[in-house]
Design a protein around this ligand. Structure first.
Ligand code: DAU
Length: 338
């Protein structure tokens, strides 16, 4: 297959690119705007691969997208390009509407015009909103509560409309909280690992008892690939890890593994509109033959080891743009004044 992965220099995108290249005879085109979390260092091992091409460009730019689809003879599009961090969406909501809604609209329309055979939208379980009990099924109502999840929900609705309106063969995956190597250290797990390694406080929002279902990036990419190959056009598939944990428990596991004191945990002012819990029902994807393989304890241990062995990767990030962001989100919180 000739596959276009957008956002292929990001966290999930880069793992997906590597996985697709390792399987069969896939040709992979990576279109990435290389904004703050897009990092070609995530792909140095495959940069010279004969079936891999990198194109620097934005999914919001119809001319670029049209050209890539045509010149590369793309048969399958997997849209991983997105603004993804909830705290950033609170600071700058418009950039989320731009990439996650408008960018998706542009990419979809160009893909439809080019007649691609399959279009997969990588979405999130956050579109269902906070789920206090039970678990979300694919046909549940979308009740997003942050500018991030609302933008992703907007993208999902557009993608679905292309099935009902044009019978354009779209698929949507809604993954749960993903973790693993190469995740930008603004997210909970890599932030807490790297802060702990630097003996810095771990800023735990609210009472620390919010719950997330942790999914290894390897399982997430396996699920996406499974849906591309076997999913039914027009369908949505949840991808969850089956590893529900309270945030405080995860923070303690990280500190324990690193041999750091529990006193590094700092309870700070909560995130506005903080969703209490996410949980997805994955029976639809399981019925298609997929199930997660990485137990959380093992996956987290491997992730901690990865950050331990790749100091240059994350230290470079933490000394750049990240510093100003961290200051904005955490300074007052850590001083107990915000
Ligand atoms: O559920 C899937 C989603 O998971 C993805 O769609 C998003 O792109 C991804 O960012 C993630 O969203 P969350 O908001 O759940 O992830 P985050 O890593 O920001 O936070 C995980 C939990 O940890 C959440 O309850 C907030 C809490 N947290 C997070 C940070 C960054 C803290 O307590 N302190 C922090 O400093």
């Amino acid at each position: 297959m000739r596959i276009l992965v957008t956002g292929g220099a990001g966290f999930i995108g880069s793992h997906l690119v590597r996985r697709l290249l390792a399987k069969g005879q896939n040709h992979v085109v990576n279109l990435d705007a290389l904004r703050y979390s897009g990092n070609l260092e995530n792909l140095t091992d495959v940069a010279a691969h004969s079936r891999y091409i990198f194109v620097h460009g934005d999914i919001c730019d119809a001319t670029t997208v049209e050209k890539v689809l045509k010149e590369q003879g793309v048969e399958v599009v997997i849209n991983c390009a997105a603004e993804t961090h909830v705290d950033r969406s609170i600071l700058d909501p418009n950039s989320f509407a731009r990439t996650d809604v408008v960018g998706t609209a542009v990419l979809l329309e160009e893909a439809r015009k080019a007649g691609v055979a399959r279009f997969l939208q990588v979405s999130t379980d956050e579109v269902y909103g906070s789920v206090e009990i039970g678990s979300s099924k694919e046909d549940d109502a979308l009740v997003p509560r942050s500018p991030y999840s609302a933008s992703k929900a907007g993208g999902d609705l557009l993608v679905r409309s292309y099935w009902t309106t044009y019978r354009f063969p779209v698929l949507i995956t809604r993954g749960s909280n993903t973790y693993g190597p190469n995740q930008y250290p603004e997210k909970f797990i890599p932030l807490f690992i790297t802060n702990a390694m630097e003996d810095q406080p771990l800023p735990l929002y609210g009472d620390g008892r919010h719950r997330r279902d942790w999914l290894s990036v390897f399982d997430h990419c396996g699920g996406i690939e499974h849906v591309v190959r076997h999913g039914e056009p027009g369908c949505v598939y949840n991808i969850g890890g089956g590893n529900e944990r309270e945030n405080i428990e995860v923070a303690r596991m990280i500190l324990k593994q690193l041999g750091k004191p529990m006193s590094l945990i700092r309870f700070v002012q909560d995130r506005p509109g903080h969703d209490r819990r996410y949980a997805v029902d994955c029976s639809r994807l399981r019925a298609l033959g997929w199930s997660p393989t990485v137990p959380f304890e093992e996956g987290l241990k491997a992730a901690v080891e990865w950050y331990r062995s790749n100091l240059t990767w994350w230290r470079k990030i933490k000394s750049g743009e990240f510093r100003a962001y961290y200051e904005r989100v955490y300074r007052q919180r850590l001083e107990g004044t915000g």
